[in-house]
Structures are given as structure tokens and as C-alpha cells.
Design a protein around this ligand. Structure first.
Ligand code: MLT
Length: 429
């Protein structure tokens, strides 16, 4: 028998249906609350207890550190799959067959070029422009080159073309924004390289030298992108769904997601980790002093990259990427004082009772920041890397919302401003 929740309000009992997901998580359906109670709404700043949708894409169990895409554990996917395979899985619901994989990979590989006219946009940005600002604008600008994408009632094939273009072009736009920030000539995509190799080549090849593919780096990047591919209704994904719910086109919705990801409380956290390490280094590198500051409630300093909003005990993505991080650091033999500080901080967080009791374990942002630094990705590009990884998730969530014919997102509010008052002319104020 399905459960019913009862709400008692001013002597009347209202029955609210309980809905249950395939992993037994439960939600009280308040969809009809306002109508039946004569105006009552629920209030939940930050939507911490509010399910905005029913979704079949990602399952996350924060208490037990479980993350699965379409039923497959991220541990297995990160170990065995390529990023493009995972992108296909997340977006289309099943792992691709050999033939589907070939068609998909071929299509992505053949859409990596961006229109030559867009190169002029890059050149118009100041060299100091943050690459996330450039990326978000460039992705929205793609809609101006493909105006047919504005039509929301297009057939599936046309939508697929937009999806393939986005996945293909995002690394090109990202790498070009980096090259432009140094006023270096851009490196064109190469169709004989795989997705990760091609991105690294566009980032690091020079007119004077080719990029030499390093397998350890490519493997770590492939894993990082997979681990970031989706994370259910986080801030940027909710943004994509909300913008898309107005039937804004996919490019505009993804551009909004990139903007949402930019903030240091979300995707910008990996950049914030390195900035924190620099702060500790510039202060003399005394890790114990900064750990004491982090423990001191009266001190505003907080460690970045530790603990997580939804994972209560550990971040399963961090467990996987820690191993890749150690591999990269060993292989590259990097001698960087910031990485030495990071290693010391990691040890403290894993061993110190204060951090253990508060679940302040190093999270995925901590390790991804360290890996990106070790492989030479500039700090301001870290969140761009996160965007490339998260793109399949944003697309899948947009597609699901569209296929489910979800209504436009329109939250309510409790008004706390003035009651009605008379206009006072300017000379009497
Ligand atoms: C994410 O991967 O989106 C972040 O860990 C943030 C979140 O899920 O809230």
C-alpha cells in the first residue's frame, strides 16, 4: 500500500501522496498543496529538502558514498570506460554498442572545428578575461551560428546534431580561450586523436612543437571527466533545467550552466583549492598553523576542498581520483611546493580526529585541482575542465526535462517587504 503523509493545518487534515523512487527514496508530493490549502506553500531556501524533478539519470546516496550513472557505478565506469562512452550512456540511457560507439565518436570527432568567424570573438576579449566568462559567452554564441537550434520542436535528429556539436566543440572553445589569454596562435583540433588527447594537444601543442601524449595524463583526464559527468540536481544542473524549462535553446541553457558552475561554492572550488595552497605557501608554508586556523571557530579561514554538501562520510569520486592523482604525481615527478603542502594537508585531514569527526575528508575538487596543476593546466582553467566533464550531464538533464514535457520552473516566495504605501513626491522625501 502506498504511503500517505498527513498535514494538519488550522484543524483540517490534508492528505499528501508519497512518491517512491527505484532506490526507495521517498518524497511528499506537495504539487496540489497551494490550491487545496487556499494559498499555503512550503519554504526551503537552497532547496535542500525539495525534489525539483523525477530523474532516471544519476543515483546518489550521500550517506553511503554511492554514485551511479544509469545504474552503473562510477568506480566501474572510471576504471573501464572512455569519457565518450560515458557521455553516450548518460545522455541516451544505455552504453553504446560497438556500432553506436563508432557513429557517435565519428560524429563528435568531425564537429570539433569551430567557425573561423568565432576566432575573432576570442581576439576581442582582453587577455586577462577569465576563461569561464569566455566559455559561457562562446557557448551561447554557438546558437547564433546554428539558428535552427532555436526551434524547440525540432526532430530528434536535429537535437542530436546540437548535442554532438556541443560535446565536440567545448574542448576546442576551452583550449582556444586559454591560447588567446596568452596571445598564442590557436591549435586546430586533430581528428586522429581521441577526445582527451585532442584537448591536451590543443592546450599544449605550439606551432614549434607537437604535444607528446602521456598515457598517465590521458588516463587521469579521462577518469576526471567521467567522475564529473553528472551529479544529479546540483546548482548548475538545476540551472540548466530551469533555463531550459522556458524552452530556451540548448546552447543558451548550457551557457547558463557554465555560469552557475563558475562560482567558488560550486565548480570554482578546484580553483579555490590552489589559491588556498598559494596563500599557505606565501605565508611561509606552515601547514600546522593553517590547520589550527581552520579549527579555530573565531577565525574566518576555512579549508577549501574538504567535505561535501551531500556526501556525509566520503566522496566516492575522491577515492577513485586520489589513486590517479598519486600516479600522475609519481609519473611526472613534479617538484612543486604547493603540491607538497597539499600532501601534508591531505595527511592531516585523513588522520586528525577533528577533521575525521566532522567528515572533512579531501573531496574531488581537492584532488582534481592537484592533478590539473601537476599536468600544467593553469588555475583559471580548472573550472573549465569541470565544465567539459559535466557537459553530458547537463545535456542529459535538459533532454530528460524536454522529453517529460516538464512545466516552466516557477518557484513561489514569502514576501517580507513593505505593505502598500503612498508615493511621496521627490521634494518631500
Ligand atoms: C558537483 O559535482 O556538482 C558538486 O560536487 C556539487 C554538488 O553536487 O552539489
Amino acid at each position: 500500500m502506498s504511503e500517505i503523509a498527513k498535514l494538519e493545518l488550522n484543524g483540517t487534515t490534508y492528505e499528501l501522496p508519497v512518491i517512491e523512487g527505484t532506490e526507495n527514496e521517498k518524497g511528499i508530493d506537495i504539487g496540489k498543496l497551494r490550491g487545496s490549502t487556499g494559498g499555503y506553500i512550503t519554504i526551503d531556501p537552497g532547496f535542500k529538502n525539495t525534489g525539483s524533478t523525477k530523474s532516471a539519470i544519476t543515483y546518489l546516496d550521500g550517506e553511503n558514498g554511492i554514485l551511479r550513472y544509469r545504474g552503473y557505478s562510477i568506480e566501474e565506469l572510471a576504471e573501464k570506460a572512455s569519457f565518450l562512452e560515458v557521455a553516450y550512456l548518460v545522455i541516451y540511457g544505455e552504453l553504446p554498442t560497438t556500432e553506436q560507439n563508432e557513429v557517435f565518436t565519428h560524429s563528435i570527432t568531425n564537429h570539433t572545428l569551430v567557425h573561423e568567424d568565432m576566432k575573432q570573438f576570442f581576439e576581442a576579449y582582453p587577455a586577462k578575461a577569465h576563461p569561464m566568462g569566455v566559455l559561457s559567452s562562446m557557448v551561447c554564441s554557438l546558437s547564433t551560428f546554428y539558428p535552427e537550434s532555436l526551434d524547440q520542436d525540432r526532430d530528434e535528429e536535429a537535437i542530436d546534431l546540437t548535442i554532438h556539436r556541443l560535446i565536440a566543440k567545448l574542448p576546442t572553445l576551452a583550449a582556444w580561450s586559454y591560447k588567446n589569454s596568452m596571445r598564442h596562435p590557436v591549435v586546430y583540433p586533430q581528428n586522429d586523436l581521441d577526445y582527451c588527447e585532442n584537448f591536451l594537444s590543443m592546450m599544449f601543442a605550439m606551432p614549434t612543437s607537437e604535444y607528446k601524449v602521456d598515457r598517465t595524463v590521458v588516463t587521469a583526464l579521462n577518469k576526471l571527466l567521467i567522475l564529473h559527468a553528472d551529479h544529479e540536481q546540483n546548482c548548475s544542473t538545476s540551472t540548466v533545467r530551469l533555463v531550459g524549462s522556458s524552452h530556451a535553446n540548448l546552447y543558451a541553457s548550457i551557457s547558463a550552466g557554465i555560469s552557475a558552475l563558475w562560482g567558488p561554492l560550486h565548480g570554482g572550488a578546484n580553483q579555490a583549492v590552489i589559491e588556498m595552497l598559494e596563500q599557505i605557501h606565501n605565508d611561509g608554508g606552515d601547514v600546522d598553523k593553517w590547520v589550527a586556523k581552520a579549527k579555530d571557530k573565531s577565525d574566518s579561514f576555512r579549508l577549501m576542498g574538504f567535505g561535501h554538501r551531500v556526501y556525509k562520510n566520503f566522496d566516492p569520486r575522491a577515492t577513485i581520483i586520489k589513486v590517479a592523482c598519486d600516479d600522475v604525481l609519481d609519473k611526472m615527478g613534479v617538484d612543486d611546493p604547493l603540491l607538497a603542502i597539499a600532501k601534508k594537508l591531505e595527511k592531516v585531514a585523513l588522520e586528525d580526529e577533528y577533521f575525521k569527526a566532522r567528515n572533512l575528508y579531501p573531496n574531488v575538487d581537492f584532488y582534481s585541482g592537484i592533478i590539473y596543476k601537476a599536468i600544467g593546466i593553469p588555475t583559471e582553467m580548472f573550472t573549465v575542465m569541470f565544465s567539459i566533464g559535466r557537459l553530458p550531464g547537463w545535456i542529459a538533464q535538459w533532454k530528460e526535462m524536454r522529453e517529460n514535457n516538464e512545466p516552466i520552473g516557477r518557484p513561489r516566495q514569502i514576501y517580507t517587504g513593505y505593505n502598500v504605501r503612498d508615493y511621496v513626491s521627490i521634494e518631500k522625501r
